[in-house]
Design a binder for this molecule. Structure first.
Ligand SMILES: Nc1ncnc2c1ncn2[C@@H]1O[C@H](COP(=O)(O)OP(=O)(O)OP(=O)(O)O)[C@@H](O)[C@H]1O
Ligand SMILES: [Mg+2]
Length: 439
């Protein structure tokens, strides 16, 4: 069961337990700090950083359902046996209201980020933020963090909706899509004007507590100009973000992006309902990201390596292979080599790319031009000068280098790799005097 609530009898027990405690005040932060230690004993909680919000605590005290793990932690804090408090008749929400996030990536392997998660949970649950941007350069881990966050707050929202903006859907399309989901397919004909469409969406965001996550926000921004300008035909997103941030409702829109959005920057503030989380890289707590890939080293070497890449999760996923292959697994030698390979991911990717066979390079370019995930069969049908065996071997090799990934939709490149190879391809075309935009 995802959520639990107290029975009438349970509520009496809770009240009694609270009254016999010397921390009687309902909003005494110690309740939350203690519960946080029950939930995550290894983290230093306090000074406003807690794993569970005051809102959840109050809901628990009122007998409203809360996430199972929070329910148990609160009972523990009150020294109550949760089984004697719980309402055994309580049913979770009907299964028709499911999170709509099938397209979100898998985060079953996830390190570090406890502080970020706890702070962001506070923004969502306690501070009731309406618009939150998670901002960082490519590969730092924005998407992974947003998925993990959504999973952890799942019980606190009526709906969770995940959408990627990577293919730059129009704002009209995305609103229609979200409204269709929230109305359970009832609202199919939306009003004509964008303003009215947004008004309709806001109605749903007021009526239910929804968490919308728009990933890859930079895809709707113009490149080659100062950050925050929309691509032609996408300025309607500005109005959507402004109204979601400005209007009264009980929902939240999380936007992950490599680039800042004008509206968000203008509306954001430390204690306002619109906020920006500038995501830093992974800390040394995430050293497993290196060691599970077979890279060994002293604590200080591992720490140096993580710092060298500013904790860029993508770089840390790729670098163990290079160190193992080129430096015989010696981290210090790698870091000391004058060519520390890269000061940024671009250098790393250059070196990885140079090591590819001609057929691997060809496949990389092909995947970049195609952009959409493809199957091996599609590749075989489209690439005629390579045999099926060559394609399979090259794909295996690229998978082994972590330069391509196999998803449910097919074979694809990670974002940063995709961009790098695109740039490289465009440079190649320019050398041949071909304008890449005309391809
Ligand atoms: N905390 C983490 N623990 C383990 N792996 C992580 C963590 N954060 C990110 N990763 C992994 O690192 C890679 C890059 O992370 P992610 O895709 O979230 O970055 P991003 O900031 O969203 O990049 P982009 O701007 O390219 O979308 C992914 O393969 C992801 O699974
Ligand atoms: Mg991402």
């Amino acid at each position: 069961m995802r959520s639990l609530k107290a029975s009438a009898e349970g509520l009496k027990k809770i009240k009694q337990a609270r009254e016999t405690s010397d921390k009687y005040a309902i909003d005494n932060p110690e309740w939350l700090e203690k519960a946080s230690y029950m939930l995550e004993p290894d983290i230093k909680w306090g000074n406003g950083v807690v794993a569970v919000s005051i809102g959840t605590w109050k809901r628990f005290l009122r007998g409203t359902p809360v996430e199972t793990r929070n329910f148990k932690a609160f009972c523990q804090v009150l020294k109550l046996d949760w089984e004697e408090v719980v309402d055994t008749q309580h049913q979770d929400k009907p299964s028709s209201i499911k999170p709509d996030w099938d397209a979100a990536p898998d985060v079953s392997i996830f390190y570090d980020r406890s502080i970020e998660l706890s702070k962001l949970k506070q923004w969502l649950l306690n501070d009731k933020c309406r618009l939150v941007t998670i901002l960082a350069m490519g590969g730092v881990g924005k998407t992974a963090l947003a998925v993990k966050l959504a999973q952890e707050v799942n019980g606190e929202f009526d709906y969770i909706i995940w959408r990627s903006l990577r293919e730059a859907p129009t704002v009209e399309k995305i609103i229609a899509d979200v409204v269709k989901f929230l109305s359970q397919e009832q609202e199919i004909d939306l009003p004509e004007s964008l303003g009215d469409k947004i008004t309709q969406l806001l109605g749903y965001l007021r009526a239910s507590r929804c968490l919308l996550i728009f990933d890859n926000g930079e895809s709707i921004l113009q490149s080659g100009s100062s950050t925050g300008n929309y691509r032609e035909g996408y300025s309607g997103y500005g109005e959507l973000f402004r109204r979601v941030g400005d209007s009264q409702h009980q929902s939240c829109l999380i936007l992950t992006s490599r680039e800042q959005f004008k509206e968000v920057r203008r509306l954001a503030g430390e204690s306002l309902p619109v906020r920006v989380w500038e995501l830093a890289g992974l800390s040394v707590e995430a050293s497993e990201i290196l060691t599970v890939r077979g890279l060994k080293g002293s604590d200080s070497e591992i720490e140096q390596l993580i710092n060298h890449y500013h904790g860029n999760a993508l770089a840390l996923q790729i670098v163990p292979e290079t160190i193992k292959k080129l430096f015989n697994g010696n981290i210090a030698a790698f870091l000391n080599s004058g060519t520390t390979i890269f000061d940024d991911i671009h250098d790393l990717l250059t070196q990885q790319f140079e090591r590819l066979s001609e057929s691997e390079k060809y496949l990389m370019y092909w995947l970049v031009i195609n952009r959409e995930p493809v199957s091996e069969i599609q590749l075989t049908e489209n690439i005629l000068h390579l045999s099926q065996r060559q394609i399979r071997e090259s794909l295996d090799s690229l998978l082994g280098r972590c330069l391509i990934q196999s998803t449910n939709e097919g074979l694809t490149l990670q974002n940063v790799v995709m961009e790098y190879v695109s740039d490289r391809f465009a440079a190649k075309l320019r050398k041949l005097n071909i304008d890449p935009d005309n391809i």
